[in-house]
Design a protein. Structure first.
Length: 686
C-alpha cells in the first residue's frame, strides 16, 4: 500500500512539473541556462550514461558532442546567432552549418551571403562567387544559399514548434549517412550536431588479422587482440614486434653496418634505410679515363664523358666533331648574336664564353602605368613618380603605389573596425563587406568564480549568471571567523545570524544577541528645504551596533537579605522588599523596625548597623525576685544595676520604722532578712 501511495505521489509531482514546463514553453519563456532541479540533472545524467553504455563500453567524444548540442538546443542562453549577437528563440527560423553545426537566423545568414557575394562580384566580376560560414569559414557555393527553414535532418520544411520535441526538430528518424561511411544510417530522432558513431553490430577481425571475427559496434569496430603483430616490414628481413595495432607498421628500428651507394663510406644505419647515400662526389674515372664523375654518391654506371662527341663554340655557330675531351672548345671569332635578357636585342660582342652582358642600348621606354615615356638603357625598368589613385580591393584605401600597372596589391592595412561583440576590433586585412564574427569566447562566472558558462563574446551582458551550488566564499565582515554556510550569490551576504558571544563591558557574561557587527539599519536623511516643506527620506545603511543590555537572569537579594528576586543582569540592583529590618539593636533587647534597608559596617546578618534605628525605650528587664521597682536606666544590654530604692518597713515588734536598700533586702537570705527587720531594741510585745 505504501509503495502504491509513493508511486502515485511521485507521478503527481512529475505531472505538475511537466505542466509547468508546458506553460513556460507556450508562453515563449526562455529555458534557464542550467537545469532547474537536482532531479532533472540526475535524470539527464542517467540517460546520458545509459546512452554512452549502449553505444560503447567506454566514453565517446562524438557522443558527448551530440549530447552537448542537445542540451544547447534546449537552452536559449546557449543558442546565439553570431551575426546579430542575439538569442535564437525556439520558434525562430534558423540555418545550421553542415560543418561546425552552428545555428544562425536564416534572415541573418541570407543577408550575410547577399552582402558578401555582392562585394565579391564587384571586385572579381565573376558570377560563380562562393561564400563562407561566419564561424568555421567553410566555403559554400552560391547554389548552397539557404532559401527555406529546414529541420536538422533536412526532411521537413518550416518545422512547427512542439514542446515535446527538440526545438527546430521534425521528430522523425534522422536517417543521415553516418560518418565515417559504413553503409548504415543514424537511428536517432532528428537532432542538432553531428550524428553519434554507428551502434550496429558487425563481425570484424583484429588489426593484425590473427584473431577470428568478433561482434563489435560498427562505430568502434577496430580492435586489438593483444598479440604481436608479426607483419613483414619494408626491409623484407624483419617482422613487426608491436602489439596488434591500427595503421601501418613502424619502420624497422634494427641497425646494421651498411655501405653507401658509391661504396666509399660504411656506417651503422637503420634497417629501413635501403639506399644509404653519402654526401661526397663519386670521383670515379669516366670512360675517357681523363675526367672524374662529379655526381654525388650514386649507384649504377657513371655514364660517358660530357666533353665527348659533337661540341659547338660558345655562340653555337661552329661545330667540332673530333675535338679531344681534354681540349676546350675555341671561340669562332664571329659576332655572338645571342638574344639578351631583354628579349629585344642581341649580343654584339665576339663569340665568348660565359653569360652575355646586360643590354645597354638606349631605347624609348614607357613606364609601367603607361602615362610617361623616357630614353633609358634597355636593361633598366622605367618607373614614373605618379601615384596610383585607384582604390584597393578593400574599397576603403587608395593604392598610392608609384607607377602602378593596374594590378593594385591587396590592402595590407588591418581592418580595425569594431566587431558585433563591441569588445574587439577586426584583425584581418582590410576587406569589403561585413567583418567575420568575433571568435573569442567569454566565461560568464558566478560570484565565487567556481561555476561558469562559456558564451560567444558580446553575449556576456545578456547572459544570465549561472546558478552555483557551491558555498559562498566571501570573507566574514563581522568578528566571526566564518560565515554561516550559504550558497554562492551576488550582492551582499545576508546579515550574520550567529550569536554575538562577545564579553560585555559591565558584567562577565557573553552577549547572547544575534551578531550586530554589520547590519542594515534605516537612516533618515533630511533633504534640502523646499517651498512645500522638508521631506525626509530613508535609506539602508550598514552599521556596527553596540551590544544590547545583558539579559541573563540573575538572582538578587533585598537590602536586608530577607528575600530574592530574578532580574536581567543589566538591571540587577539590591531592592527593598518591604519587610521590617528586624536586626538586633545594640540594646540586644529590641529589633530594628525600619523597612528593609541597606546595612553596612557589620559582619553578620543579625546585628544592626549604623543605618538601623537607635533604641529609645526604658529598660524593661525582669527585676530580681522581691524587687518591685523598675530599672531607672534606658534600655541596655547588660544586667541592671542593684536597685537603690529604700524600703520602709516595721520592725518585728512593730514599734520602729526601719529603712533598707532594696537590692540588699531582696538578695538576703531569710536569716539575714530577720536581722534586717530587727530594730535592736527590747521587744515590746507582751
Amino acid at each position: 500500500m505504501s509503495n502504491t501511495k509513493n508511486a502515485k505521489q511521485k507521478f503527481e509531482e512529475i505531472a505538475k512539473t511537466n505542466q509547468e514546463n508546458i506553460r513556460r514553453l507556450l508562453s515563449n519563456e526562455d529555458y534557464p541556462s542550467n537545469l532547474d532541479t537536482v532531479d532533472d540533472r540526475k535524470f539527464i545524467e542517467e540517460v546520458l550514461n545509459k546512452t554512452k553504455n549502449s553505444f560503447n563500453a567506454g566514453s565517446s567524444d562524438d557522443l558527448g558532442r551530440t549530447y552537448q548540442y542537445l542540451i544547447d538546443s534546449l537552452s536559449s542562453d546557449a543558442n546565439i546567432c553570431l551575426i546579430c549577437i542575439d538569442i535564437i528563440q525556439k520558434t525562430d527560423a534558423i540555418w545550421n552549418c553542415s560543418c561546425c553545426y552552428s545555428p544562425f537566423h536564416i534572415v541573418c545568414i541570407q543577408k550575410w551571403i547577399k552582402d558578401g557575394i555582392y562585394q565579391s562580384s564587384a571586385i572579381n566580376n565573376n558570377e560563380t562567387n562562393t561564400w563562407h560560414c561566419p564561424k568555421c569559414r567553410t566555403e559554400f557555393d552560391q547554389k548552397d544559399t539557404p532559401k527555406r527553414y529546414l529541420c536538422y535532418c533536412q526532411k521537413e520544411i518550416d518545422p512547427q514548434f512542439d514542446p515535446w520535441l527538440i526545438p527546430h526538430s521534425c521528430g522523425q528518424t534522422c536517417g543521415k549517412r553516418l560518418v565515417p561511411e559504413c553503409g548504415h544510417i543514424c537511428l536517432l530522432l532528428c537532432h542538432p550536431g553531428p550524428c553519434p558513431p554507428c551502434p550496429k553490430q558487425v563481425n570484424v577481425r583484429c588489426y593484425c588479422n590473427q584473431s577470428g571475427p568478433t561482434a563489435r559496434r560498427c562505430g568502434f569496430k577496430g580492435w586489438s587482440c593483444g598479440k604481436i603483430c608479426s607483419k613483414l616490414l619494408s626491409c623484407h628481413q624483419h617482422r613487426c614486434e608491436q602489439v596488434c595495432h591500427n595503421g601501418e607498421c613502424l619502420p624497422c628500428q634494427k641497425t646494421s653496418v651498411r655501405a653507401c651507394l658509391c661504396g666509399k663510406t660504411k656506417a651503422v644505419r637503420n634497417c629501413n634505410e635501403l639506399n644509404f647515400q653519402c654526401d661526397q662526389p663519386c670521383n670515379r674515372l669516366l670512360n675517357c679515363q681523363i675526367h672524374e664523375c662529379k655526381r654525388i654518391c650514386h649507384k649504377n654506371e657513371c655514364g660517358s664523358c660530357p666533353r665527348q662527341g659533337i661540341r659547338t663554340c660558345p655562340c653555337g655557330k661552329t661545330k667540332y666533331e673530333n675535338l679531344p675531351c681534354s681540349e676546350d672548345v675555341p671561340t669562332c671569332g664571329d659576332t655572338c648574336d645571342r638574344k639578351l635578357d631583354c628579349g629585344l636585342h642581341r649580343c654584339l660582342h665576339r663569340c665568348h664564353t660565359g653569360y652575355c652582358e646586360s643590354c645597354r642600348q638606349v631605347t624609348l621606354k614607357r613606364c609601367r602605368c603607361g602615362l610617361k615615356e623616357k630614353l633609358i638603357p634597355c636593361c633598366q625598368e622605367y618607373l614614373c613618380e605618379t601615384k596610383c589613385t585607384r582604390m584597393r580591393s578593400c574599397g576603403r584605401h587608395p593604392c598610392k603605389r608609384k607607377c602602378c600597372d593596374g594590378n593594385c596589391p591587396p590592402c595590407q592595412t588591418i581592418c580595425g573596425r569594431t566587431l558585433n561583440c563591441r569588445n574587439h576590433k577586426c584583425l584581418s586585412e582590410c576587406h569589403r563587406g561585413q567583418c567575420y564574427p568575433c571568435t573569442h569566447k567569454v566565461d560568464v562566472t558566478c560570484a565565487c568564480g567556481q561555476t561558469s558558462v562559456t558564451v560567444p563574446c558580446g553575449c556576456e551582458k545578456q547572459t544570465r549568471k549561472p546558478r552555483c551550488n557551491k558555498l559562498c566564499l566571501k570573507p566574514s565582515d563581522c568578528h566571526h571567523t566564518e560565515r554561516e554556510p550559504h550558497l554562492c550569490h551576488f550582492n551582499q551576504c545576508p546579515d550574520c545570524k550567529q550569536q554575538c558571544n562577545l564579553p560585555l563591558k559591565d558584567c562577565s557574561h557573553l552577549c547572547s544577541a544575534t551578531c550586530h557587527d554589520s547590519v542594515f539599519v534605516k537612516e533618515e536623511i533630511n533633504s534640502s528645504n523646499t517651498p512645500w516643506g522638508i521631506k525626509e527620506k530613508e535609506k539602508l545603511v550598514k552599521k556596527s551596533l553596540s551590544c544590547p543590555p545583558c539579559q541573563v537572569p540573575t538572582t538578587v537579594f533585598c537590602f536586608g537579605q530577607h528575600t530574592s528576586q530574578i532580574f536581567p543582569c543589566s538591571s540587577a540592583r539590591p531592592f527593598c522588599c518591604g519587610q521590617l529590618c528586624s536586626r538586633i539593636l545594640k540594646c540586644q533587647n529590641h529589633l530594628c523596625n525600619r523597612p528593609c534597608h541597606l546595612v553596612t559596617g557589620v559582619s553578620n546578618q543579625t546585628d544592626a548597623g549604623t543605618e538601623c534605628v537607635k533604641c529609645e525605650e526604658m529598660c524593661t528587664k525582669e527585676r530580681p525576685l522581691g524587687c518591685q521597682h523598675s530599672c531607672p536606666l534606658a534600655c541596655h544590654p547588660d544586667k541592671c544595676p542593684p536597685c537603690k530604692q529604700r524600703l520602709r518597713m516595721r520592725c518585728h515588734c512593730n514599734t520602729q520604722v526601719i529603712y533598707s536598700d532594696c537590692h540588699t533586702f531582696t538578695n538576703a537570705i531569710d536569716e539575714q532578712k530577720e536581722k534586717l527587720k530587727s530594730c535592736g531594741k527590747p521587744c515590746s510585745k507582751k
